[in-house]
Design a binder for this molecule. Sequence first.
Ligand SMILES: Nc1ncnc2c1ncn2[C@@H]1O[C@H](COP(=O)(O)OP(=O)(O)OP(=O)(O)O)[C@@H](O)[C@H]1O
Ligand SMILES: [Mg+2]
Length: 303
Amino acid sequence: MTAIQINGVVKIYRGNVHALQGVSLEVMDGEIFGLLGPNGAGKSTLVKILMTVIHATKVSGAMLGKPIGDRLTLQDVGYLPEHHLFPYYLTGKQVLHHYGALAKVTRNDRKTRASKLLHRLGLSGWENKKVGTYSKGMLQRLGIAQSLMNDPKLLILDEPTDGVDPVGRREIRDLLAELREEGRAIFLNSHLLSELEMVCDRVAIMVKGLVRMQGTIDSLTKDSKRYEITISGAIPDWATACCDEIQNNTMIIRGDDPLVIQPMLDRLRVDNTTIISVKPVRENLEDLFMRAVDNKDTPGAAQ
Ligand SMILES: Nc1ncnc2c1ncn2[C@@H]1O[C@H](COP(=O)(O)OP(=O)(O)OP(=O)(O)O)[C@@H](O)[C@H]1O
Ligand SMILES: [Mg+2]
């Protein structure tokens, strides 16, 4: 079963704002899926549609095997909204109980889950302090704890590491991996590309309400694999003919087969050329992101 599968989702806000222009994507069971895109791409709009916070202009697809919009399904979904606000006068523990009750979690389960989650999110010792005294990162941790109160099969997190320091971000990353091990699917939005790269099984890049790329980072960056050989001095004429591109003292050979570059290295050594470095290189998520944002020719690009 797929955790989320949507086809051609459209959202036009009042004022003729075309926030989503036909978004299709698939989140598999038990995977961490990252949705990235620049500000205003439509990421939160999509999440809000999945959570029935707003209505889509057009939507078809399913979440946990039920049509999008099915309210009962939401009992199995954990949600961390962007810019969430908790009543400042409640304690961390009270917040979890409150949201657990809203999700119809029994009193006993609320009690055990709240103390476990506060501990798991590094908030031990703060459970009885008012959230008005929490730092931004602590509020975010509490938000993640809140999203887990109903023991969800699917977690939808809008910018989960917003405002969290590097140590906290790492802890959240580790937590997400643990939650995946427990068999939960995780759908998250983030701008933090290197972070997504570390934790996501698959990603989609959304620009102006359209998904420009979708897949594993490995498959999306496969075509960019290359070797870069840097030598001291000018590139000899024979080498110019053997490589795909030259940048100053660096020869670029596309592909990922190390056998292809061996004869070049042999000949460079015979020529007594000093080889400074031989590097296998591939695009990272940031390169992909930049390409998706810049590339107006990508099929399905926004008009
Ligand atoms: N309630 C609304 N009414 C009108 N337009 C809206 C509304 N909410 C969002 N938009 C517009 O829809 C587009 C998508 O916004 P959305 O918040 O989904 O983007 P996002 O990808 O989550 O951005 P960010 O990375 O900044 O959180 C933007 O152009 C935004 O201005
Ligand atoms: Mg957003």
